[in-house]
Ligand binder design. Structure first.
Ligand code: UTP
Length: 224
């Protein structure tokens, strides 16, 4: 059975107004998929993490504390999603090693340590589990040359090399709650582990399924 690691952006699962119908569709989608693939899901922090990090920054909390707050929220989000899935772990692991040892059909986790986002956790899991694919399911259709939510003329890359991405964004972590399609530390692991990585819109389950099942999909392939 092939292993697929999916990093689901918090804004996909937990936007301002949570869509319970999307959760229903998503749980059915993963339950079906888990009959053919070993699935690891890493859940992001979403609006709540952003709100709390912003609040903490206003109050003068240090960056490590802000990351720790973000991690707690990703773990709560993971716990909520895990409770909806019948065949996943219910205890959220603290590390990727702990996740790797779990035997459920679907393994769900959130963040781990300060200094990166859940994308890096996903990349690390993909490396450790020798996953055939790492999918970053975010709230835009792929990697663009600039932020598509801000610039209407932003162009999406169907493919981009990992070296180009690293040249553009680097491999270091900037700050808690920042909004980039994949964070720098994740890019470093993707390059080092030569991980096959796709970026797509997690709201679009048809495209997610196509990416997992090796069909042409709307998104960006990161060439390694
Ligand atoms: P996210 O993974 O949601 O990061 O974690 P993000 O890129 O800011 O937001 P999305 O993916 O667009 O929703 C939320 C925050 O939690 C901390 C970071 O501060 C991150 O910004 N975090 C998360 C960690 O420090 N370590 C982790 O392993 C995960």
């Amino acid at each position: 059975m092939q292993t697929v690691v999916i990093s689901i952006g918090g804004l996909v699962l937990f936007p301002e107004d949570v869509d319970e119908h999307f959760f229903e569709k998503l749980t059915k989608f993963f339950e079906k998929l888990s009959k053919k693939y070993k699935i690891y899901l890493v859940v992001g922090g979403g609006k709540t993490a952003r709100k709390y990090i912003k609040l903490g920054r206003t109050l003068g909390l240090n960056e490590i504390k802000l990351d720790e707050i973000g991690i707690e929220i990703t773990r709560i989000n993971a716990e909520i999603f895990a409770s909806l899935l019948g065949n996943s772990n219910q205890k959220i692991p603290f590390t990727t090693d702990e996740a790797k040892k779990m035997t459920n059909e679907i393994i769900i986790m959130g963040g781990t340590t300060p200094g990166h986002s859940t994308d890096m956790v996903g990349a690390e899991l993909a490396q450790k589990t020798h996953a055939s694919k790492f999918i970053v399911a975010t709230n835009v259709d792929g990697v663009y040359d600039k932020d598509p939510n801000e610039f209407s003329d932003a162009k999406k890359y169907d493919e981009i090399t990992i070296d180009e991405l690293i040249k553009k964004y680097g491999t270091s972590w900037e700050s808690a709650g920042k909004n980039m399609v994949i964070d720098g530390p994740a890019l470093g692991i993707i390059k080092q582990g030569k991980i096959q990585t796709y970026v797509l819109n997690g709201k679009n389950l048809d495209e997610l399924e196509k990416a997992i099942t090796n069909q042409k999909f709307n998104g960006t392939k990161i060439k390694n």
